[in-house]
Write a protein that binds this ligand. Structure first.
Ligand SMILES: [Zn+2]
Ligand SMILES: [Zn+2]
Length: 292
């Protein structure tokens, strides 16, 4: 079993990259990829932990791409990406600046709704982590405005709710180009959250493939066996690789277990070989036991 979709404290997960590798070892995983949101700050720690624990590890990232109004979300996973590549530093830096602006806007909107909240409280909830909406949710819980993270999102923070602020995103082609130029492989994450009908999804994927996409995340915690079969067929038809992962976030999504998703997830080992072949034996952002 493998798990190629994991979040750490470098985005909105609750475990450090090192802790993730230890958990993965205990869960009996054969390979893991760290895929924090728009952030590669954890990959060096992750890869060195993989080396220590004899785990196959892939440095990754999950890009939140810009989509047309009225559609869902489009996330693109990058595997074997060089975090020090100038285009990666520049592109992810732009996203990070956009995030700071967005956080200020969210706080302003919450205050405008009459919710008293100080920046320091949000900061305290985030600790060392990159501040995201989940930390606003925690700060609202601490103030007794809401009783759970879910309620904070439902009432205020989700898309369409009064304190929602859209953030700066890379265009899908830009994200794919960044991943490729930095030596990596681009894979669409959880394709159904794009919220396209069957036909549009296929044509959308064809366009992404033309831009350099090489795979589809077909096995995913939230997908039914029927949805997985549909994605496997689609990947075959479009001649794309298949990957899979749990989208583990630790305490931020406590029902999803590393490697096992809601309990029945199983991403087969054989998805790994074609991905590693695509990345090439000399990609330094992939650690495999026995590899120098
Ligand atoms: Zn995602
Ligand atoms: Zn994710």
């Amino acid at each position: 079993m493998i798990d190629l979709h994991l979040h750490s404290t470098n985005s909105d997960g609750s475990e450090t990259p090192e802790e993730l590798v230890r958990l993965g070892r205990r869960a009996g995983l054969a390979a893991m990829a760290l895929t924090d949101h728009d952030n590669m700050g954890g990959v060096e720690e992750f890869l060195s932990a993989c080396r220590t624990h004899g785990m196959t590890g892939i440095a990754g990232v999950e890009i939140s791409a810009a989509v047309e109004e009225g559609h869902g979300t489009l996330h693109i996973l990058g595997y074997g990406v060089n975090p020090q590549h100038p285009l990666v530093i520049e592109s992810l830096g732009r996203v990070l600046d956009g995030r700071a602006w967005r956080n200020e806007q969210i706080l302003e909107k919450l205050n405008g709704l009459g919710l008293e909240l100080e920046w320091a409280e949000v900061q305290a909830c985030a600790g060392e982590d990159v501040i995201g909406r989940v930390h606003f949710a925690q700060a609202l819980i601490d103030r007794d405005y809401v009783s759970s993270v879910a309620e904070a999102f439902d009432r205020y923070l989700s898309k369409g709710r009064p304190a929602y602020v859209d953030r700066y995103r890379l265009y899908p082609e830009e994200g794919i180009r960044m991943i490729r130029e930095a030596g990596g492989a681009a894979v669409i994450a959880h394709p159904f959250t794009w919220e396209l009908d069957e036909e549009k999804l296929e044509s959308g994927l064809r366009e992404l493939k033309a831009a350099g996409l090489i795979g589809i995340e077909a096995v995913y915690s939230e997908y039914t066996p029927e949805q997985t079969v549909a994605l496997l067929r689609l990947s075959k038809r479009l001649d794309l690789l298949t990957t899979g992962g749990s989208d583990y976030h630790g305490q931020a999504k406590p029902d999803i277990a590393l490697g096992r998703g809601f309990g029945s997830l199983c991403v087969p080992d054989e998805y790994l070989t074609p991905l590693l072949e695509t990345l090439g034996e000399n990609n330094p952002w992939v650690i495999a036991p026995g590899k120098r």
